[in-house]
Design a protein around this ligand. Structure first.
Ligand code: NAP
Length: 486
């Protein structure tokens, strides 16, 4: 980046949108500012694109569909993308850390995780070969083709600026689609750097396009342009609902990966030390700003105090600070709005009778202080507290209690969201029983790990519909066509 800012990266020598194989740079247009959440430093000025550029991107993508390569060629592109990500993991990790705040080790993990989606799509694309079926009574042979859906719109959030795009774009490219990508306004630079790498892959011009800027205007184009056949969105449930309403008259196929409110059920026979380790890793990745992280700890009443004590001592040992510093476990929150929400959830729970057992509320920082929030543990949290009802998206571990398995499941299911849930018990039969009763798309039994490229991941209820990863994720981007012949 050559704008005199304190941050430079060889992958950010051009900062802007990328439409029809050309960069749209700042020069005369208005720009938005990208800042570092750890200290408020300006990282870059990014041209603010809107409806006109989104339309141009869709048209470029439509034209590129005729240049999409064979399955073998597409698998080669995907493999090359995975290699490039791996080769440039350190540079990309630094960009993620600077604009998103997460510690460098986590950011590097995100890059390799993203690479895994491209590598996996390169192999799973083999499932797209036509399937031949015989219909005995009439003697017909049916061929089931997986045709590319066409132009796809991909809208991504800031919490995993590279990985959330990887889940979508890997499957879209494998299927033979052309894409228009809209990254989050607070973290566009990772995407810009990624597109600099994509230029080295040799994709046909216009096959991938990047349009950062006016979300409302770009969203409207992606929802209404006739050439866009699939819109895949990861973000909040509120915006997901809006896009679903906007896209409905145009009968767009939607894939919506929305907010979560994950319960973690800890039964009386659980290994508490192992549970605490799993919970801390799951909850405090990205400072608690993940859709899959535990939002509500539901503990059996007989072990709730012991669990709270262990959790409190574990989080007290964590180092909170800028993600660029070594040994930091928890970086800043993304912005002041995010910080205020966590603070509000703590205050609200305490007003309703919860006790603070780990951490303490601090005064609101300024942007230059960085949006740091020390992890907190609350016990005795009533079920009507905001942190039980809605996604906190921050480093807060609120503990509520239950006494029976049925009660635990009823509390867990008593929310609109249905993305991830976790169960810790030594009783395998109970774990299976509880998983069957939970209305969540991803249920960890004795583990709180998140999605992988191999497994389909997605939500139920207000967490959206559609799947990413696995064969199901690939199928989001194909049209199935059956061709009978005699
Ligand atoms: P968000 O505010 O919904 O934004 C997500 C994306 O949508 C951003 O690119 C944003 O652009 C764009 N957007 C906002 N308003 C829009 C509109 N009217 N039309 C079109 N696009 C619009 O969500 P976020 O705060 O970035 O992300 C956090 C949320 O994502 C959480 O709820 C989290 O649980 C969820 N999430 C879900 C998953 C999953 O797999 N289910 C994974 C990760 C995150 P701007 O940034 O320019 O406003």
């Amino acid at each position: 980046m050559n704008d005199g800012s304190p941050f430079s990266s060889p992958l950010l020598d051009q900062v802007g949108g990328f439409v029809d194989g050309a960069w749209i740079l700042a020069e005369v247009r208005p720009c938005f500012v990208v800042t570092d959440p750890a200290n408020g430093e300006v990282l870059a000025y990014v041209p603010e694109l809107g409806a006109a550029e989104a339309r141009a991107a869709v048209e470029a993508a439509r034209a590129a569909l005729s240049r999409v390569g064979s399955l073998a060629e597409r698998r080669g592109w995907l493999t090359r993308i995975a290699e490039l990500l791996t080769e440039h993991a350190d540079e990309l990790a630094m960009i993620i850390t600077r604009e998103n705040g997460k510690p460098l080790g986590e950011a590097r993990g995100e890059v390799l995780y993203a690479a895994g989606f491209y590598a996996h799509a390169a192999t799973s694309a083999e499932h797209l070969v036509p399937r031949v079926l015989d219909e005995r009574p009439r003697g017909l042979t049916w061929t089931v083709h997986h045709r590319p859906a066409g132009v796809v719109g991909l809208i991504t959030p800031w919490n995993f600026p590279l990985a959330m795009l990887a889940k979508k774009l890997s499957a879209a490219l494998a299927a033979g689609c052309a894409a228009v990508v809209k990254p989050a306004e607070v973290t566009p630079l990772t995407c810009v750097a990624f597109f600099r790498l994509l230029e080295r892959v040799g994709l046909p011009r216009g096959l991938v396009n990047l349009v950062a800027g006016d979300a409302q205007a770009i969203g409207e184009v992606l929802c209404s342009h006739p050439a866009v056949r699939v819109l895949s969105f990861t973000g909040s449930t509120a915006v997901g609902r809006k896009l679903a309403a906007q896209a409905a008259p145009h009968l767009k196929r939607l894939s919506l990966e929305l907010g979560g409110n994950a319960p973690c059920l800890v039964f009386e026979d659980a290994d508490l030390d192992a549970t605490v380790e799993a919970l801390v890793a799951n909850k405090l990745r990205a400072a608690g700003q993940t859709c899959v992280c535990t939002n509500r700890v539901l503990a059996h009443a007989s072990i709730a105090d012991a669990l709270a004590t262990k959790l409190a001592s574990r989080v007290a040992a964590l180092v909170v600070g800028p993600g660029t510093e070594p040994n930091v476990d928890v970086g800043p929150l993304i912005d002041g709005r995010g910080w205020d929400k966590v603070h509000d959830h703590v205050e609200d729970a305490v007003e309703r009778g919860a006790s603070v057992v780990g951490g303490a509320l601090a005064d609101r920082p300024t942007e230059t202080d960085g949006w740091f929030f020390r992890p907190m543990v609350l016990s005795g949290v009533p079920l009507d507290a905001r942190c039980m009802q809605a996604e906190t998206f921050g480093p807060l571990l609120p503990i509520a209690t239950f006494t029976t398995e049925d009660e635990a499941m009823a509390i867990a299911n008593d929310v609109d969201a249905g993305l991830a849930a976790y169960v810790f018990t030594a009783d395998g039969a109970r774990a299976e029983r509880v998983a069957r009763g939970l209305r969540f798309g991803h249920v960890g039994l004795g583990t709180a790990t998140g999605p992988t490229p191999e497994a389909p991941f997605g939500g139920m209820g207000a967490s959206g519909y559609g799947r990413e990863g696995g064969l199901e994720g690939l199928m989001e981007y194909v049209e199935i066509q059956t061709v009978p012949s005699s």
